[in-house]
Design a protein around this ligand. Sequence first.
Ligand code: GRF
Length: 202
Amino acid sequence: LSIVVLISGGGSNLRALLEASTDAEFPARIVAVGSDTDAPGLAYAEQFGVPSFTVVPTAFADRASWGDELLTQVEQWSPDLVVCAGFMRILPPRFVRALSPNLINTHPALLPAFPGAHAVRDALATGVTETGVTVHIVDEGVDTGPVLVQQAVPVLPGDSEHDLHERIKTVERELLVQAVLDIANTHLTLTDHLKSNATPGS
Ligand code: GRF
């Protein structure tokens, strides 16, 4: 199985996948892709000896041309699955259509609650006592694709955004690794989760 992991930041989810992939049972080769040359998480790719590259949005005139180049480079690895793990860019429609449903994302909230780039901060600001993690198929919306798995995470009194996000991440990396393993072992058939209104080949 060939997995391409898209990151933008610290890469703790990428690290979890790389650690899992050292297990002989883990049936995947991983390639890391950063949205920025200085994405700290790319260091994990080097540490684990897997290929990595970056496609930086600022090098392109617009989102569509960045997305096309990203797609071209990602497809060179013939991925069976593309995982957005802390990837802080919205993927353009052509990219999504080419790869979904073999394109999943992890989000630090219980979607449809708190979509977007500030899910942890929004949950705290709203005063909920429980939030969580969602792994879902990426569709052309933002954090709107079919949910594969979710797990709740408590919000504790006095939580800072950092405290809550770290607690979320401890759950998130387990959930993501398990979801990828389930997909790899075909326990989780992505096409089964397509929205009912999706006509075949849409
Ligand atoms: C993760 O919680 C992800 O869901 C969110 O940002 C965080 C990235 O963490 N979008 P990392 O880069 O995987 O450490």
